[in-house]
Design a protein around this ligand. Structure first.
Ligand code: R5P
Length: 276
């Protein structure tokens, strides 16, 4: 993503390296001069815990070496789903993560942040924060690759993406209802499909993590008589064996954006960031 962006925008790439000591501690080293330069860091923050300290060290290092404005492009912004106290004693991690990250950068850009109960990144991030939507790119992909599509959002939260993508794809959409019992147990229900039985369903979601949401929705669609189920999502987290499970369920094609590098990547987000 950084390479593709530097090429598109016509700016140089900064050389730096990271060393991990045998005890697991990190050392970052700058190999380019950055004094007086505006620097953009592109960092896939999926599985964030191990990435966040080196990222902070790099930010510190850049500032100490005179970098001017520090912008973070995090194509996947983590911790956004814990946006309320679901069970007594929990933390709203979205807020805490924002508090932690904000001091290290002057601006933040991301795509399809899981904005639900928190409806604007600027409510929790203390730096100017922009959330792009991949919906129109997803809609374009569907328009070009799926004949007579019917877009399906697997839960109420997906409405924001499905509605916009359906406009670009010039196709109808239906949104399911979901109850999540725990990390791996979700129940999905749907109604109003009768009039669309001659269309080809495409599940559209922001995140595929355990893929249980996707799989439950696909099973439901099969029960409704649909044979081939396609899926397009922004963020390919694919925890554990989630990708294989999608394969076993026969979800095909299964396409994601390159916010997180994965074999399913088929939609390039760099045009969104190149505009910044
Ligand atoms: C949830 O609200 C999101 O929009 C996704 O539907 C969810 O994160 C997918 O998670 P999983 O793949 O673990 O079911």
């Amino acid at each position: 993503m950084a390479q593709s962006l530097s090429f598109k925008v016509g700016c140089p790439l900064i050389n730096w390296s990271e060393h991990t000591f045998p005890d697991g501690e990190s050392l970052v080293k700058l190999e380019s001069a950055v004094a007086g330069v505006d620097v953009t860091i592109v960092c896939d923050l999926s599985h964030p815990n191990s990435k966040i300290l080196p990222l902070f060290f790099l930010s510190d290092l850049l500032r100490k070496n005179g970098a001017k404005k520090l912008t973070l492009i995090a194509p996947y912004l983590p911790y956004m789903r814990q946006d309320k106290i679901f069970h007594t004693g929990e933390l709203v991690t979205a807020e805490s993560f924002a508090k932690l990250l904000s001091p290290y950068f002057d601006a933040l850009y991301t795509v399809d942040a899981h904005l639900h109960r928190i409806n604007n990144l600027n409510n929790i991030y203390k730096i100017p924060s922009t959330n792009f939507s991949a919906a129109s790119l997803i809609g374009e992909w569907i328009k070009e690759n799926i004949k007579n599509p019917l877009l399906i959002g697997p839960d109420e939260e997906s409405l924001q993406w499905v509605k916009d993508a359906s406009q670009t794809a010039n196709a109808p959409y239906v949104v399911c209802s979901k109850i999540r019992k725990n990390d791996f147990d979700v129940e999905v229900s749907i109604s109003g499909l009768e009039q669309y039985k001659n269309l080809n369903p495409v599940l559209v979601d922001d995140i595929i993590s355990t893929a249980h949401t996707l799989i439950k929705a696909a099973q439901l669609l099969k029960k409704e008589g649909f044979v081939q189920i396609a899926a397009v999502a922004t963020h390919a987290l694919f925890a554990g064996n989630a990708f294989d499970e999608c394969g076993k369920e026969g979800i095909t094609p299964l396409i994601t954006t390159n916010s997180i590098s994965h074999t399913t990547n088929g939609i390039d987000l760099s045009p969104l960031f190149a505009k910044t």
